[in-house]
Design a protein around this ligand. Structure first.
Ligand code: G4P
Length: 536
């Protein structure tokens, strides 16, 4: 494949994630998007794995049916001459760390908001992460077929709370039982909603602007309000500006109803027309252009199969530049190891397919037995290091207690691997003792317990440990660090990469430490692969 062909292939890629507060309609919308892309034949497949709905045991059972969760974490399909990589984010907030990592692998995000609820907690948190990276956001306000909040209020709330300006592209006409459709502000067209039809194409009324008398005939009850609102919106809201969208400052907003497949095609059209193709990324030593011929990428997520017979896991890799084929000689920069990836996986339709080749923007899966870590950079030999995959300070802390004390070595080894993989955070206290485990959500402990048993043959129970918060410590010089450590011997630990961490048993302790040690920086995030070296 010539460089020019690779560059053209890259330009056709659109890689985005769907984000929302649970229940806003993310799963439903994902299914409809896949239907448009011809990627699934039957609705219900994505839904079947939705983690939030299952008790842990069910969730595991579902995950165990190999493939289901993996196929639906990353989905590739063709739409309108483009190759779309759609990344699902776990709905359950216990996996928010996973979600944040997924967001580092995409070029845009589709935010789903429930029209009756507006901006919710999880949306706020997710948007904070998007803002860190100026990720372009397309907004879909869902469930207009139900009673909804006033659309102007909703936009106002998005602007105020999420601090992103809104540019409505469609405008709803009515809501709930009297939802008639949306008026497309750019195309000057009315898209009529007919409840319950759920077919692919909505009836589009060819009208010449909002003043077209055809609208009076078709929508006599609604047309007055529609005209007033369209005038107001056009006067008061910003017009869509692609540069502002790409910079993450402005979000185009669409209204619709995912379950009725209404307003969904417009979203795909927006992704194709406006969302960016893969762009340059910070490779540590230099900017890496997506169209460069040499392959590079990074691992942003690792998924265990949780199948006791197979300890293999799937590492998800975002390709940042060039092309990957089964013949590409790949170097894992962290270890210097070289290998080929004979069977990279892509996730199309409802099954895994072996992939002949992939280019920048694509997300592929690689089978492995623990040799990949989240944050690993893979190249054709150049020592790059892609940045930006976050670790968040955990909020829950436990200790694993062995049922069979003879298996301490296995436990330590297993925790090291799970910690490196990013399934849980592991802190080794300098004064010794069992490691402190940190998680963002309770479910993470349960998954780890299951995996310890299934993959390592180690049975544990978890017990609370007196830690309230963990902060990565950065000191201006070694002397200050040593003084800080010797003043707090029982509170100092090391993370999987050997970085110093302060474990505070209460909020007060954390606050006092901050006051007493103003020169010590207490961080609640760090990047994968980042070494918090001490500046001398
Ligand atoms: P999530 O992944 O964001 O958590 O949400 P999901 O798609 O599962 O949707 C949450 C609920 O909202 C589901 O109902 C779903 O059917 C419903 N829903 C999604 N889109 C629309 C829409 O456009 N209009 C209406 N009226 N409802 C919508 P549920 O009763 O919780 O689940 P189910 O029994 O339908 O599966």
């Amino acid at each position: 494949m010539s460089n020019e062909i690779i560059a053209n292939e890259v330009k056709r890629r659109r890689t985005f994630a769907i984000i929302s507060h649970p229940d806003a309609g993310k799963t439903t919308l994902t299914e409809k998007l896949l239907l448009f892309g011809g990627a699934i034949q039957m609705a219900g497949t994505v839904k079947a794995r939705k983690t939030g709905r299952f008790a842990v045991s069910d969730w595991m059972a579902v995950e165990q049916q190999r493939g289901i969760s993996v196929t639906s974490s990353v989905m590739q399909f063709a739409y309108d001459g483009h190759v779309i990589n759609l990344l699902d984010t776990p709905g359950h907030q216990d996996f928010s760390e996973d979600t944040y990592r997924v967001l580092t692998a995409v070029d845009a995000a589709l935010m789903v908001i429930d029209a009756s609820k507006g901006v919710e907690d999880q949306t706020i948190r997710l948007l904070e992460v998007c803002r860190l990276r100026n990720t372009p956001i397309i907004t879909f306000i869902n469930k207009l077929d139900r009673d909804a909040r006033d659309p102007v209020d909703l936009l106002d709330e998005i602007e105020r709370v999420l601090k992103i300006r809104c540019a409505p592209i469609t405008w709803p006409v009515g809501m709930g039982k009297s939802f008639r459709g949306v008026f497309h502000l750019l195309r000057d067209r009315m898209h009529r909603f007919r409840p319950g039809e759920g077919h692919h194409d909505v009836a589009v009324e060819a009208v010449n602007g909002v003043d077209d008398p055809a609208l009076d005939a078709q929508f006599p009850m609604e047309v007055g309000t529609l005209r007033k609102e369209v005038e107001l919106v056009r006067g008061a809201m910003e017009p869509f500006d692609q540069a502002d969208f790409l910079a993450g400052r402005q979000s185009p907003v669409f209204f619709g109803s995912a379950i009725n497949n209404f307003g969904v095609r417009e979203l795909l059209d927006a992704v194709v027309a406006w969302a960016p193709p893969p762009g340059p990324r910070d490779g540590g030593t230099r900017q890496v252009e997506a169209s460069e011929p040499a392959f590079s990428g990074f691992v942003f997520k690792i998924q265990a199969n949780m199948d006791p017979r197979h300890r293999d896991r799937i590492a998800f890799l975002r390709i940042c530049s060039g092309r990957l084929t089964p013949d590409t000689r790949v170097t894992q920069v962290r270890t210097g190891r070289q290998f080929k990836i004979p069977h990279p996986l892509t996730f199309m339709a409802n099954e895994r397919t072996a992939l002949a080749e992939a280019v920048a923007g694509d997300v592929i899966g690689i089978h492995n037995h623990g040799q990949f870590h989240i944050g690993d950079t893979l190249t054709e030999g150049e020592p790059l290091a892609f940045r930006g995959i976050p670790y968040f300070a955990p909020e829950l802390f436990m200790r694993a207690r062995l049922q069979d004390p003879m298996r301490a070595k296995q436990l330590n080894n297993a925790l090291k691997e799970l910690g490196e993989e990013g399934a849980i955070q592991v802190f080794l206290q300098t004064h010794g003792g069992l490691p402190v485990l940190g998680a963002v959500g309770q479910l993470q402990f349960e998954i780890v317990s299951h995996r310890l048993q299934a993959e390592y043959g180690v049975a544990v129970s978890f017990e609370p440990v007196g830690v309230h918060a963990a902060r990565w410590v950065r000191a201006p010089d070694r002397k200050t660090l040593r003084e800080f450590e010797s003043a707090n011997p029982a509170r100092i630990a090391a993370d999987v990469d050997g970085n110093p961490v302060f474990l505070a048993e209460s909020r007060v302790i954390l606050q006092l430490a901050g006051e007493r040690w103003p020169k010590i920086e207490m961080r609640n995030t760090r990047e994968h692969g980042e070494r918090l070296h001490v500046g001398d």
